[in-house]
Design a protein around this ligand. Sequence first.
Ligand code: GDP
Ligand code: ZN
Length: 462
Amino acid sequence: MFEFDTIAAISTPPGEGAIAIVRLSGEQAISIANKVFHSPSEKSLLNVSSHTIHYGHLKEVDTGEVVEEVMLSLMKGPKTFTREDVVEINCHGGIVTVNRVLQLVLRHGARMAEPGEFTKRAFLNGRIDLSQAEAVMDLIRAKTDRAMDVALGQMDGKLSRLINELRQALVEVLAQVEVNIDYPEYDDVEEMTIPLMLEKANWVKNEIDKLLQTSSQGKILREGLSTVILGRPNVGKSSLLNSLVQENKAIVTDVAGTTRDIIEEYVNVRGVPLKLVDTAGIRETEDIVERIGVERSRQVLKGADLILFVVNYNEALTKEDELLFETIEHMNYIVVVNKMDLEQKIDLNEVHRLAGGRRVITTSLLNEEGVIALEEAIAALFFDGSIDAGDATYVSNTRHIALLHQASERIVEAISAAEADVPVDMIQIDVTRAWEILGEIVGDTMQDSLLNQLFSQFCLGK
Ligand code: GDP
Ligand code: ZN
């Protein structure tokens, strides 16, 4: 157990909800709370049992002035998130009162927590490992239920367990190498150990590759599927954006300019988080304002995971439409044929031919028809029948992905060395390094500065 002073912070998001919590953690947490807390019966918090909730008032020590009416939960270590004594003060006032409560405990011996410091303590006290700590961070930022599931799974230690299994296998490879180093004169030792080493090393490599395959989905779950709404002016792009936003809970709103510029909205479509981008029509134009939009549209297209390409049911396909089909030829897209309430002038067979087997959905955004079919097509594309967020172990963290790539490279080196009959101590170096790199995912071989940097990314109060 590490020695720490007592820290405090507001642990609820700013400005949200009627209740705010000030959290204290550390050896002095209970005695600090006891100095300022008064229950109706004036009982002392020093004598109450762990994991109990108390009603009372916080008062200024000198003047006895009431600061706030509170519910106070008291939890003694080690059965707490930080493994230290923890006191949570539930205030129902707004931000002003909550700040007064925080100031009060700071004046009586607590120190203002740094961002992520509660989680860092949990990590340093062995309550959670690093990948779990990072999951706490993802959880705070999770944009949809599915993203939340992934973070929860990771917090639960799924990823850590798998990484530890892989490290164990590498230790076994190293044991085989040792046998070789200890008995170099026996040729048959090498004959026996090399195949065993290769088998284990290949297993580890395959497991890492499998994890990395899930990583793009993990990233999408965290950041949203970047979805660009594309089409000529007036086909209904903004209407499509609006109806997707209206039908689905918008997660974050970030309106940048008008339709001539680019608008971004986060929505949750059947568990798939989409970052919707409405572009000005991509076309050659002399209009300066429009050109800015066009330029940016081209850039946005490059980074898109999915394109919703809107064409007009009420017009024959134009040269521009065909040009757009060509532009997105190698990308993931769904064609939306909009304005089906008007007379059909488009050749749907031609649309299907140009779309080359991709989904074509007919809509009337004016009458809100076809939107559900479109949403189903989006979800089907993403989930593809093969992704199950419930069971799979996802890697969504950029740091983890980078480390997995590095570890995989080392193992590939070791495998080719073993196959090429290179002296075994060369193999030893690569395998040891891979073992260390994997350890960094669970925080086993971390340096202090890196730790501080990681935890400082957390929200204050976590
Ligand atoms: P954008 O320029 O591609 O963003 O197109 P807008 O969404 O601004 O729509 C252009 C015009 O078409 C507007 O007047 C819309 O009301 C109209 N519109 C959009 N969808 C439909 C539809 O399904 N049927 C009809 N009749 N009009 C539509
Ligand atoms: Zn528009």
